[in-house]
Design a protein around this ligand. Structure first.
Ligand SMILES: O=c1[nH]c(=O)c2[nH]c(=O)[nH]c2[nH]1
Length: 301
């Protein structure tokens, strides 16, 4: 015997670009994104009884994303994700949950002859600003925001010592190393009851993103890091402090190792410790350090 214990489907990798043209100034703004929409609900018969009468075609989902992008603002991504997620719940009574992920790609305005250019942009890095929205009928809208692909490196101000040493240990202690990672950070907001609630809080989302990004960069640069673990914990706590509406922060940080190269075999060339200048960047394996830091609920009793 078997049963269908979970089912969701939708369209992934829906790419779109929206150009906003300010009529007064003729300044353009470009937003490019990749969207995933997944729905859940009374759809089991499409799997178990080949019943397509309950199926919203994924092609129609793609059309919906394009049309709603035309009709509504696409920024901040948390808002557009909420508009999309609510739409499917409202239009289709048998759909009870929608999961939308919006990944916004960077198009940063060019500076030309010292001036911001009205309609030319550059891709300054693979970093994305993301929003994951889950809309549940009768429950509300759950929003998680994030940054992915933000590649950073510091050439000092990072140490790693005091770790467990035994028969399996070959790593030496260091008081000064290169630290590099690709930031994957996410922060969860409290539940929004309705789309109207999300709309009333629009400024929060840009503020949250700016705080999270600034705190990540500032802490990375300024912290005298004793480990990735300790530094990321500081980052997460600072975001919780700065943005009271955020309940949880998680980080996933690869430790992108840069190995010193011993050159003493060649005429006693010194290239380790305080003499290190030429390093070998490692593509794999890499450390992978994760954490979630949650706001503890203070008892009202
Ligand atoms: O910051 C670090 N944390 C670790 O857990 C670890 N493990 C390791 O080999 N190097 C590092 N660096």
């Amino acid at each position: 015997m078997s049963e269908l214990s979970a089912a969701r489907y939708g369209k992934d990798n829906i790419r779109l670009c929206k150009v906003h043209r300010d009529e007064g100034t003729n300044i353009h703004t470009v937003t490019e994104m990749t969207v995933c929409v997944l729905v859940e609900g009374d759809i089991n018969s499409s799997y178990t009884r080949a019943d397509n009468s309950v199926v919203v075609a994924t092609d129609s989902m793609k059309n919906t994303v394009y049309l709603l992008a035309k009709q509504y603002p696409v920024t901040p991504p948390e808002l557009f994700g909420s508009i999309l997620a609510s739409h499917f719940i409202e239009l289709y009574p048998h759909i009870h949950v929608t999961r939308v992920k919006v990944v916004t790609h960077r198009w940063t305005r060019m500076t030309i002859d010292g001036e911001p250019h009205p309609h030319s942009f550059l891709r300054d890095g693979a970093e994305t600003r993301n929003a994951e929205v889950v809309c549940k009928r009768g429950t509300g809208i759950f929003v998680k925001s994030g940054i992915q692909g933000l590649l950073v490196l510091k050439s000092t101000g990072s140490a790693f010592y005091g770790f467990i040493k035994n028969d399996y240990t070959s790593l030496g202690e260091t008081s000064d190393r290169i630290l590099s990672t690709e930031v994957d950070a996410n922060w969860e907001w409290g539940l929004f009851n309705t789309l109207g609630d999300v709309e009333r809080n629009i400024p929060l989302f840009d503020m949250g993103w700016e705080s999270a990004r600034n705190i990540t960069l500032q802490t990375f640069a300024k912290d005298n890091s004793v480990s990735v673990q300790a530094t990321m914990y500081k980052m997460a706590n600072k975001i919780l402090e700065a943005v009271p509406e955020v309940n949880n922060v998680d980080y996933s940080l690869p430790n992108k190792h840069y190995f010193e190269i011993d050159m003493k075999w060649h005429n006693e060339v010194k290239n380790t410790g305080k003499d290190a200048e030429v390093y070998a960047p490692q593509s794999d394996p890499n450390g992978l350090i994760k954490c979630t830091v949650s706001r503890t609920k203070t008892s009202k009793l």
